[in-house]
Design a binder for this molecule. Sequence first.
Ligand code: HEC
Length: 128
Amino acid sequence: MTAIRKGRAAVAARLLVLAMTTSALSLPPGAASAQQTFTPREEEPEEFPDAPGREETFYFCTACHNFKLVAQQGMSRPRWDGTLDFMTERHGMPKLEGKDRDVILDYLEQAFPETTATPGWQNPFLKR
Ligand code: HEC
């Protein structure tokens, strides 16, 4: 008898907790889309130009920001190289060295060469 009652109370308590958790998790409208903006994985590497190193580059860079930020740029290899330094110095990106750096630079140079830059478009971040 008592055991059953205890069991029921426990179930009821658990349901109550569940109900409270569920309502706490339901986000107000707008919060979900704001959150998506900062979820890099909503993109897939397949959306970007196919070249060796695409996955490596994609996952490395999207640790911090979406890949569109990268893909909208068009740079020569030395400028991509400088961008990598900039990411490390300014934004705390893990330092890329040796083969890893080559793989990523190879991809960036092939996929987003200088000529793909939108004519007249200025990188607002480089003016600082
Ligand atoms: C440790 C975090 C981090 C990593 C990893 C990272 N970035 Fe960034 N990156 C930033 C931040 C912070 C900004 C500032 C702008 C923003 O987030 O909107 C930025 C901005 C940029 C910009 C915009 C222009 C500029 O110079 O600010 C480019 C291009 C860029 N990153 C390229 C890359 C590439 C390519 C990789 C991968 C090889 C990469 N980033 C990896 C943090 C990072």
